[in-house]
Design a protein around this ligand. Structure first.
Ligand code: G6P
Length: 613
């Protein structure tokens, strides 16, 4: 989603801002822009619709230079993607603003600003911020004060960067509901919405807290809380490695991240299991005590993380014998849910910044103060880790491809560990069952390596999708959630309409869709529902569909004309099967997208981290 980078340095900052924008591209956006304050205090701006390279081309022909500046990648919310709606926005040629988030009261602010004589040049909600700062500048002694006054008038969320031609040595930044950090470099001080933007200049970061406002100059960083009191925030050294953002020998980040899964899972398991036990403190030093207090689990998540949650519901109820509800965060936050005492409230978010999930978590805490909250995230310094009682980090390393792969499978690993930990605490699993689960988890990297060997065969199958507009994914039990994840992957990166159904539901509607143009993809582990699934596959096949079945070598699905059966591996259990069967579905959508020539790592309209609702 939208990205911010800005700073004040002792040399021309424009190249650094452009590099920062390139590093933010993975988040998803549809226009970009950059502004600097020139030597003679003039705001110089360039904006472009589409990819950052379009902006780069404009900057090649119209060079701009300055030691202080702001840049932005915009994912359109208010106003179509266009040059005029791209940030930075300017008021009266003196104030410039970049903004992530949504200003909910912008319509009324805009109305009164028009009455005050301000002219609007965009359809965005952001432009009101620039005009409001300009307005308050007249009654303020500093840019900081004008921004502080402005923020009091705004309803909604913001990550904000502000510069002014009247205050050429100051950059003001603020956050509320949208992430923002400060980078401390040798030759300047910077702001960004994401560490990645600044890794080429610094590894020293300060993560702003909710409603912080910061004043930066070349030498000094002063942070104020919402009451205007100066506060100290710790400096953290990032352990993100620059090399992690290189493609290496791969063509796409998604492909790289699919193949990184064995290592990502090893890293997620590291120090979280012993020879045959789960380390319960992996969820936090108080986890053992907290888990003892809970009787049920509520999970909220979005997108792929929601599918991981659905798998966990099967595991928690089936293995740990704990009742579990799962809901998408965007719905949960707007109902009035009943949250019982002794609930473990789990929020799953790769980025830790998804607005709906953060809000659902906050609302749940308001409804019942006694609940214990746990987040499962891949981002150590994210907002979600700050507001959760317990934290489990997936350690998958940075995921750049918009379509989630290694983050999803490592979330499943985290949820498997949670199932085991709760099962042990509730005494619903004994030592030998715990040992079995731990051994299964240890086998995962090897099993994934084995599954990845099927890539050539899956690549050949992908040609069957060239002329298809729709596909159906089938699974039963926890594999239904994996079918949903497979359908989501295909939709996201190949733009083919895909839906998942629990195979037993086919007769209640979806079977009417089946014909030769509707490929059906099924996942068939060797589990207690296999014979039921086999009957469902017969029903589909006899209606003339083309089928692809990914099966456990021991499942022995009966071959039929028009059906391709790809044996994956064997000896999978309730925990290992959903994780392993995810891999061929990831490879299938990757290869279909490759044939279709889509922008695999940055699919149209999608964002990696959805920081607005
Ligand atoms: C976006 C991404 C998905 C992701 C979802 C939830 O839609 O494109 O890949 O699953 O957000 O993101 P989160 O960071 O909260 O897991």
């Amino acid at each position: 989603m939208c990205g911010i980078v800005g700073g004040i340095a002792n040399a021309n900052i424009a190249p650094l801002l452009l590099e920062g924008l390139k590093r933010l591209e993975y988040r998803g956006y549809d226009s970009s822009g950059l502004i600097v304050l020139s030597k003679n205090n003039k705001l110089l701006r360039q904006r472009a619709i589409g990819k950052v390279c379009n902006l780069e081309n404009k900057l090649k022909t119209n060079k701009i230079e300055g030691k202080i500046g702001l840049a932005h990648t915009r994912w359109a919310t208010h106003g179509e993607p266009s040059d005029k709606n791209a940030h930075p926005h300017i008021s009266k040629n003196s104030i410039s603003v970049v903004h992530n988030g949504i200003i909910e009261n912008y319509v009324s602010l805009k109305k009164s600003q028009i009455q005050q004589g301000y002219q609007f040049s965009s359809e965005t909600d952001t432009e009101v911020i620039a005009h409001a700062i300009d307005f308050f500048t007249l009654s303020s002694n500093s840019l900081l004060e004008a921004v502080q006054k402005t923020l009091k008038t705004l309803k909604g969320s913001y990550g904000l960067g502000v510069i002014s031609s009247n205050h050429p040595n100051k950059l003001i930044a603020a956050r509320k509901g949208s992430p923002l950090l400060i980078g401390i470099g040798d030759n300047g001080n910077y702001i960004a919405s994401d560490q990645m933007a600044l890794l080429s200049v610094t590894k020293k970061f300060i993560f702003l807290e909710e409603e912080d406002i910061v004043e930066l100059d070349l030498k000094k960083i002063t942070i104020y809380n919402s009451e205007g009191t100066i506060v100290e925030r710790p400096i953290k050294i990032s352990n993100l490695m620059e090399g992690k953002f290189d493609l290496g020998t791969y063509d796409h980040f998604m492909q790289k991240e699919i193949f990184e899964q064995p290592q990502a899972i090893r890293d997620t398991l590291e120090s979280r299991i012993t020879k045959d036990r789960v380390v319960i403190s992996a969820f936090g030093y108080k986890a053992k005590e907290d888990f003892q207090k809970i009787n049920q689990v509520q999970i909220v998540a979005c997108g792929s993380s929601y599918h991981a949650a659905l798998v966990a519901k099967y595991w928690l109820e089936d293995i740990a014998k704990i009742s579990c509800n799962v809901e998408v965060a965007s719905e949960y936050r707007y109902r009035r849910p009943i949250i019982l005492d002794k609930t473990l409230f789990v929020a799953i978010s790769q980025s830790g910044e998804t607005a709906d999930i953060l809000e659902a978590l906050k609302i749940a805490k308001k409804i019942n103060k006694k609940i214990i909250t746990l987040c499962i995230s891949n981002s150590a310094e994210s907002s979600i880790t700050r507001i959760s009682d317990l934290v489990f980090l997936t350690n998958a390393g940075p995921e750049v491809g918009v379509a989630s792969t290694k983050a999803f499978t490592t979330q499943l690993v985290g949820l498997a560990l949670l199932t085991c930990a709760l099962g042990v605490i509730k005494k619903s699993i004994d030592k030998s069952q715990e040992k079995n689960i731990v051994n299964g988890l240890k086998r995962l990297p090897g099993l994934i390596d084995e599954t990845l060997l099927q890539e050539n065969q899956i690549q050949k199958l992908s040609t069957k999708f060239i002329d298809k507009n729709s596909a159906l994914f089938l699974g039963r039990g926890a594999m239904y959630a994996i079918a949903m994840e497979g359908a989501l992957k295909l939709k996201e990166i190949s733009y083919i309409h895909a839906e998942a159904f629990p195979a037993g539901e086919l007769k209640h509607g979806p079977i009417a869709l089946i014909d030769n143009n509707m490929p059906v993809i099924a996942v068939a582990p060797n589990d207690e529902l296999l014979s039921k699934l086999k009957s469902n596959l017969q029903e589909v096949k006899s209606r003339g569909s083309q089928m692809i079945v990914f099966e456990d070598k021991d499942s022995k699905v009966m071959p039929m004309k028009g059906m391709e059966i790809i044996p994956i591996t064997s000896n999978l259990g309730r925990i290992t099967a959903p994780i392993i069967f995810t891999i061929p579905l990831q490879l299938l959508s990757y290869h279909v997208a490759l044939i279709k020539g889509t922008d695999i790592d940055k699919p149209r309209n999608l964002a990696k981290s959805v920081t607005v609702e």
